[in-house]
Design a protein around this ligand. Sequence first.
Ligand code: E4P
Length: 214
Amino acid sequence: MEFFIDTAIVEEIKEAESWGILDGVTTNPTKIAQAGRPFLEVVKEICQVINGPVSAEAVSLDAEGMVKEARELSRISKNIVVKIPLIREGIKAIKVLSKEGIKTNATIGFSPLQALLAAKVGATYFSPFIGRLDNVGHIGMDVVRQIRTIYKNYGFKTKIIVSAVRHPIHVLEAALAGADVATMTFEIMRMLVEHPMTDIGLKKFLQDWEKVPK
Ligand code: E4P
């Protein structure tokens, strides 16, 4: 299972990369705005600090505009994956881009049928926003389980990125559901690498170690 960090803040990416568990980065217009830097400048820098896939989102609302943006973004680096929203124009754009070999992340996804459509048109990734489904009273992870079954039934290669992850249990459930990737904030990734019981256990071992005769 791959771990992506959901941020456009380069310092967070560098820190998570140093832990040895980071496989890629996802951004979106909100994350770029939070970083407070020009879009292309920050995306280029992210591609320099990490080897894995870096998702950058197209903001056009028509297929032609999305394809144009995607071609430009894909020239930045071989790492670039272009996020395309799953509106009707987005589906059309993904079809064109997949034929050109440009990697896509079908985004703002909420249903297994959207995942089926994304796979049919050749999306590299599909991103179900499970935390946002939980927020409105649906069990987001059920969608991930259904997508896994659909992709298995038909041998689709599209990878599932469990997105809008809110806590470590979402990561656990994503792994149990067989998701390919979970993308999470720096804070959630930090929670995964720090376990208070391990800290307490280590403290006791080191205290006892002091008692060993020298
Ligand atoms: C995924 O690629 C998205 O950037 C992200 O997970 C959105 O989630 P949010 O609900 O935390 O904004």
